[in-house]
Design a protein around this ligand. Structure first.
Ligand code: SF4
Ligand code: SF4
Length: 189
């Protein structure tokens, strides 16, 4: 089934649709996106998967690593880094990393906007490299992101206003990064 979001994009303006897909490959050893300032949001399924990966109960994982608000779950941020699971060797929960991390850089707000995509490429060296990711795959991942974090994308709520509208979480010099509600994601280990 084609999600309404995809239909809407296919009939309207979307940068990814207009260029027919993107070249992208995650660069081995890179953790640049995990180092961007911002929050890593979790779905309930993300929380359970990461807990199981670490051999913990969901409750214990949440107590240690998660900050829960009425609408959102996010990883607690250590003082010295952007994510508790970022190590010198990459993501320590790579096989169970949150949806936000797994779908980066194919977030709706990035693939739909030429300026945001190009500014993301300034810190993500994998953009523009590797094989062509088809438009279907790009939109599938963007849809997954949108459906996994509905409070971020629709309808407009107080949460969305706070976290998704600009300016937002990703405090950096890049205006497009400020449009994204968070930054730290990676496809690499
Ligand atoms: S991939 Fe996500 S969970 Fe893993 S270190 Fe990076 S930001 Fe943290
Ligand atoms: S997705 Fe993240 S880890 Fe992979 S190349 Fe881009 S910035 Fe680096």
């Amino acid at each position: 089934m084609v999600a309404p979001f995809t239909r809407e994009w296919k009939s309207g303006h979307c940068y990814a649709v207009s260029v027919g897909g993107f070249r992208f490959t995650c660069i081995r050893g890179c953790t640049a996106c995990c180092d961007q300032r911002g929050f890593v949001y979790l779905t309930e399924a993300d929380l359970k998967r990461a807990a199981a990966f670490l051999g913990m109960t969901a409750r214990a994982f949440e107590r240690l690593y998660v900050y829960r608000t009425r609408h959102l779950l996010r990883l607690r941020k250590p003082r010295a880094s952007q994510c508790p699971f970022l190590t010198a060797n990459g993501c320590s929960i790579h096989p169970a990393k949150p949806t936000q991390c797994r779908t980066f850089p194919f977030w709706p707000e990035l693939v739909g906007d030429a300026a945001a995509w190009k500014e993301t490429a300034q810190y993500c060296p994998g953009i523009g490299q590797g094989r062509l990711i088809s438009i279907e795959n790009v939109l599938r991942r963007a849809n997954e992101m949108r459906e996994s974090y509905p409070e971020m994308y629709e309808p407009r709520t107080a949460v969305q206003t706070r976290t998704y509208s600009r300016p937002i979480r990703r405090a950096s010099s890049s205006s497009s990064r400020q449009r994204s509600y968070s930054a730290r994601t990676t496809s690499s280990p």
